[in-house]
Ligand binder design. Structure first.
Ligand code: GLN
Length: 527
């Protein structure tokens, strides 16, 4: 069940192996973390010119961690299960000593003086950080085309989008440049890139993973989570980054459910007694035929595994997108006010006229922010303005409550809810760039979970007629993230049995024949 190619030399191709597999090999002393980390740095050097998943590669930092872990292991220290397994981190997460831009020109050159809590936890676990991944500016988008630093390309077809906003993390994992990555999901930015690249993505329960050190998009919706190639790997990573953090006032205090145990239980493929609800509003018109066909086949598999499948209706989901695009810009307009040329990153001083603080701020924000960010700041400022607050922001919050009530009623009938993750497979670069509404529609199925604070997972469940990957979304009640892992791991096991291996084995090989379109920003010299 692990992504392994025929062994080449003593260690095989380390980049094709799952994190769980690498962790076992490291524990058994079959490989060192330096070997594993170097293999991924070499892979990045070979293919990232074509994929452009990374904005910054931190080779020195990663190898230093790897050497440290190897030395501690050699000394017989008791290490974390994922110690020595490298990871890529979305560039919206602050990393001490490593540049952090959130995909924006306004933060170009900013090197944070501290680590996000989740990064502290990765470092404490001994996980080498390979670099920072590309994303839509401030996590606004579904294609990574809104990055100020160029497109990321989908490893399945380099002319297509890798999803967004976390397209870099998904593409890095899908192209074997990293076994694991961190994403953030405000309306779907972990799950939708997962769906269109054939990777697993999990948005944890709101409050389940600390937001301290995440550059906020919409504080009431943002959650960081795992981006991986297997469901078990997501569970392992989720357990590293999750759990209470006193520095985040919205952090849950209850312990995480046993996610790894749930994933292992699911791998047996038995779902007897699990009640699965198909959300009628998230399946049908507007969904690509191949997406619907794969969804129906996956449902049949779950039923054959013993799940009890029923249909449920969540009538207010039809208004979720509209509510989201009032709440998100409102919160974003407030969160982005701090980027003013005074504190971080870029400062633009007007070349003509007087130099006042206000004019410097105006010039900095004018040049530092891209069009999508400006669009949302304007929308959010308008929705929050005195005369319109009740009509727009207030109404959207009422819809949010109705959506939460829909979920509560549905979860009285079923254990998990399911839908396709995204309505279509990866579209072509440029196809939706000039049509914001078409871009927003990509998240039609993922947004309700963020509005309700519940956890969601996307599992690859086949390819559509166009040969591109499709994702299956699983949703569970708040704090019941373990259910995602049980059902997700079962579906993955059943599908891989049919396919005879992981879906990503079918993705085209990238190494040969691709001209680099981007220059790598690498600190340190890969060997
Ligand atoms: N695509 C959605 C948006 O543009 C979701 C973004 C996200 O989850 N960060 O807002």
């Amino acid at each position: 069940m692990t992504a392994q190619t025929p062994a080449a030399g003593r260690t095989g191709d380390l980049t094709r192996r799952s994190a769980a597999d690498l962790a076992a090999a490291l524990r058994a002393g079959e490989v060192t973390s330096v070997e594993v980390t170097q293999a991924h740095l070499d892979r990045i050097a070979a293919v990232d010119g074509a994929v452009h998943a990374f904005l910054h590669v931190s080779a020195d930092d990663a190898l230093a961690t790897a050497r440290d872990v190897d030395a501690r292991r050699a000394a017989g220290e008791d290490l974390h299960p994922l110690a020595g397994v490298p990871i890529a981190v979305k560039d919206v997460v602050v990393t001490k000593g490593l540049p952090t831009t959130a995909g924006s020109k306004i933060l170009e050159g900013w090197v944070p003086p501290y680590d996000a809590t989740l990064v502290e936890r990765l470092r404490a676990a001994g996980m080498p950080i390979l670099g920072k991944t590309n994303m839509d500016e401030f996590a606004m988008g579904s294609s990574t085309e809104h990055s100020a630093y160029g497109n990321t390309h989908n490893p399945w077809d380099l002319d297509r989008i890798p999803g967004g906003s976390g397209g870099g993390s998904a593409a890095a994992v899908a192209s074997f440049q990293a076994p694991l990555a961190i994403g953030t999901d405000t309306g779907g930015s972990i799950r939708q890139p997962g769906a269109v690249t054939g990777t697993v993505g999990v948005k944890p329960t709101y409050g389940g993973v600390s937001r301290y050190g995440l550059i906020a998009l919409a504080s009431s919706l943002d959650q960081a989570g795992p981006v991986t190639r297997t469901v078990l790997d997501s569970a392992l990573l989720h357990e590293v980054i999750g759990g209470h953090d006193p520095r985040d006032s919205t952090s849950l205090t209850d312990p995480l459910p046993d996610l790894v145990a749930a994933a292992r239980a699911g791998q047996g493929g038995d779902l007897t007694g699990v009640r699965v609800g198909i959300v009628d509003e998230l399946n049908g018109e507007g969904y690509q035929e191949g997406v619907r066909a794969r969804f129906d086949e996956s449902i049949a598999l779950l039923a054959a595994a013993g799940a009890e499948v029923v249909h449920v209706s969540c009538p207010h989901f039809d208004y979720a997108l509209a509510a989201y695009y009032l709440i998100l810009p409102s919160e974003a307009s407030s969160n982005l006010a701090k980027f003013d040329g005074m504190r971080f990153g870029l400062r633009v001083v007007p070349t003509e006229g007087s130099i006042t603080a206000e004019r410097v701020m105006g010039a900095t924000r004018g040049q530092g922010f891209g069009d999508e960010v400006k669009r949302r700041i304007i929308l959010g400022t308008y929705a929050l303005s005195a005369g319109y607050y009740d009509a727009y922001y207030g109404s959207a919050q009422k819809v949010r409550t109705l959506i939460q009530q829909d979920f509560a009623a549905a979860f009285e009938q079923v254990d998990v809810l399911v839908s396709p993750t995204a309505p279509t497979t990866a579209f072509r670069l440029g196809e939706k760039l000039d049509d914001p509404i078409a871009m927003y529609l990509n998240d039609i199925a993922t947004i309700p979970a963020n509005l309700a604070g519940i956890p969601g997972m996307s599992v690859p469940n086949g390819v559509s007629d166009d040969g591109l990957p499709v994702g299956f979304q699983i949703l569970a009640p708040a704090r019941a993230d373990d259910r995602l892992y049980r059902v997700g791991a079962a579906l993955e096991a059943l599908l891989e049995k049919q396919w005879g291996g992981p879906l990503l084995d079918r993705a085209p090989e990238l190494v040969a024949g691709h001209e680099p379109t981007h220059a790598l920003q690498t600190e340190g010299t890969p060997r």
